[in-house]
Design a protein around this ligand. Structure first.
Ligand code: NAD
Length: 505
């Protein structure tokens, strides 16, 4: 990665250094979403370059696997210090390519760092079980060992945090890693690779290849890749899950979302409105845990929509590098236009456009930036496209429900099951919702219930393909495989042949 924001050229990171063999191969453009301007280019890896990265990882794996777990943890501790020291720089890179506001980018780095801190505890996390004397003079124990070369494929919306959900645990557990970040904002991942090298990680243990579908397909087909962690949209998650499973790899593929926030009549409506606006429009709605649907249980709908509208009127939309901005632009022009198209579609299908983000003022932004202010579509019905599709932008849909039961039915009928929240002061209702809702992450008066690093992140239904959620103990499980050992140190006093099936004595 060349220095400075302007004119950056981002290339692969293979074998502990920037790749020099890309030559005149295909490249993508990196844009600043706040200005619309091209600010850099990114190499797109060929299958041969993906092979180079996997082979560098394969070469590094045996020695890294045999490096003591204490030493592997110490590299993570050093990496933690470096990410912490360079957090501001990483956040600025994220803002420059993704567009999110500085405080949001800083929060992303901080949440990624929590997973690094969790991975620092790898000696404890890899401890197995031991049973003495399971039969006379026989002991049994279990261990977990790394898989080999594992790959991570990540989305544009968290260019630092989502990779950090994966590689710290995979590497600390003794694997070698190949990351394929989003081609829209690739620079943060290369900066993380540089910091890993500075932390003392041996060359080849962490590699980055850039590109889009071709690079992903080369990883999915590569026989050297043992496991694939994917985070992105549901159609691609489903594809990655199917292709990688068919190639015999272990896969966790996290997909899209439509996160509901149910507001019961007893809820504090000011707190609920604050939460809906924060969780609906933070990061311009480009979060997999963004609240995209508020389910207002009668009679709170009109009052709640009014309070949400009041808060939106005060939101400052502008460039992410202006500390006064609360919401930045969308990631690309095409995405902005697609998100905006749901406003007219919603109205055509019978929804009420309570707040039109196309009219929201932009403070200090270039007219060429990919702007769209916060919008609210009210009286949305489940059959409407604005409800059925993941919009992934600053559009909040409000569905009216006559009762808790009807609200739950709306949430559970949705094909996605990432996060769901309930706002209420009734502990019994909250407990019932927790029990009955079909979602992988549940918030009680918490609109974005992203689990801490020591729990695991993942949804249900079309929001996750595979069995294992990311980070936490499920992350450790995903990047290791178990071995059960039964041992007897022969006692010369117990000689004799016995052809019977071994049974405990
Ligand atoms: P995306 O699916 O377009 O891209 C994700 C990754 O897959 C990128 O690295 C991209 O280069 C690659 N890719 C894109 N199209 C591909 C194809 N046809 N074949 C193979 N690879 C392909 O997602 P995005 O737009 O970058 O990110 C937004 C999506 O990610 C949203 O749907 C969001 O909900 C989801 N997301 C989910 C989670 C979660 O934890 N469930 C977290 C963050 C984002």
């Amino acid at each position: 990665m060349s220095e400075g924001i302007a004119g950056r050229h981002c290339t692969h990171w293979i074998g502990g250094k920037p790749w020099t063999g890309a030559g005149a191969g295909p490249r993508g453009q990196i844009r600043n979403p706040a200005t619309g301007q091209v600010t850099g280019t990114v190499d797109f890896a060929s299958a041969a370059e993906v092979d180079e990265a996997v082979r560098a990882a394969e070469a590094a794996f045996p020695a890294w696997r045999d490096t003591s777990v204490a030493r592997r943890a110490s590299v993570m501790f050093a990496f933690r210090e470096l990410v912490s020291r360079h957090a501001g720089e990483l956040a600025a890179l994220i803002t420059a390519e993704h567009g999110k506001v500085a405080s949001d980018a800083a929060g992303e780095v901080a949440r990624g760092l929590e997973v690094v801190e969790f991975a620092c505890g790898i000696p404890h996390l890899l401890k197995g079980a031991f049973s003495e004397n399971v039969s006379t003079s026989v002991d049994a124990w279990s261990i977990r060992q790394p898989l080999g070369v594992v790959a991570g494929i990540t989305p544009f919306n968290f260019p630092a945090m989502v990779p950090m959900w994966m590689f710290p645990i995979a590497i600390a557990a003794g694997n070698a890693f190949v990351l394929k970040p989003s081609e829209k904002d690739p620079s943060a991942s290369v900066r993380l690779a540089e910091l890993l090298a500075e932390a003392g990680l041996p060359d080849g243990v962490f590699n980055v290849v850039h590109g889009a579908k071709d690079a992903v397909d080369a990883l999915l087909a590569h026989p050297g890749v043992r496991a694939v962690s994917f985070v992105g949209s549901t159609p691609v998650a489903r594809y990655v899950y199917q292709a990688a499973s068919a190639a015999g790899k272990r896969v966790q593929a996290l997909g899209g979302a439509k996160n509901h926030m149910v507001v019961l009549p007893d809820a504090d409506l000011d707190l609920a409105a604050d939460a809906a606006v924060s969780a609906g429009f933070g990061s311009a709605g480009e979060r997999c845990m963004a609240v995209s649907v508020v389910v207002a249980v009668d009679p709170v709908g009109d009052d709640l929509v009014g309070r949400i509208g009041e808060r939106i009127a005060d939101l400052r939309v502008g460039p992410g590098d202006d500390p006064a901005s609360q919401m930045g632009p969308l990631v690309t022009r095409e995405h902005r236009d697609r998100v905006a198209s749901y406003l007219d579609a919603g109205v055509a299908e019978g929804a009420v456009l309570a707040v039109d983000g196309r009219r929201h003022p932009v403070s200090g932004g270039s007219p060429e930036g990919f702007w769209l202010g916060p919008s609210v579509l009210d009286h949305v019905r489940p059959r409407m496209s604005c409800y059925a599709d993941e919009i992934f932008g600053p559009v909040l849909c409000v569905v009216r429900a006559a009762s808790y039961r009807e609200a739950l039915e709306v949430v559970n009928s949705n094909p996605y099951g990432n996060g769901a929240a309930i706002f209420t002061n009734d502990g019994g209702a909250a407990r019932r919702f927790t029990h009955e809702v079909e979602a992988g992450m549940v918030g009680i008066n918490v609109p974005i219930p992203v689990p801490m690093a020591f729990y695991s992140f993942g949804g249900w239904k079309a929001s996750l393909f595979g069995d294992t959620h990311v980070h936490g103990t499920e992350g450790v499980h995903f990047y290791t495989r178990g071995k059960a050992v039964t041992s007897r140190w022969l006692d010369p006093s117990q000689r004799g042949v016995n052809l019977g099936f071994p049974v405990n004595q």
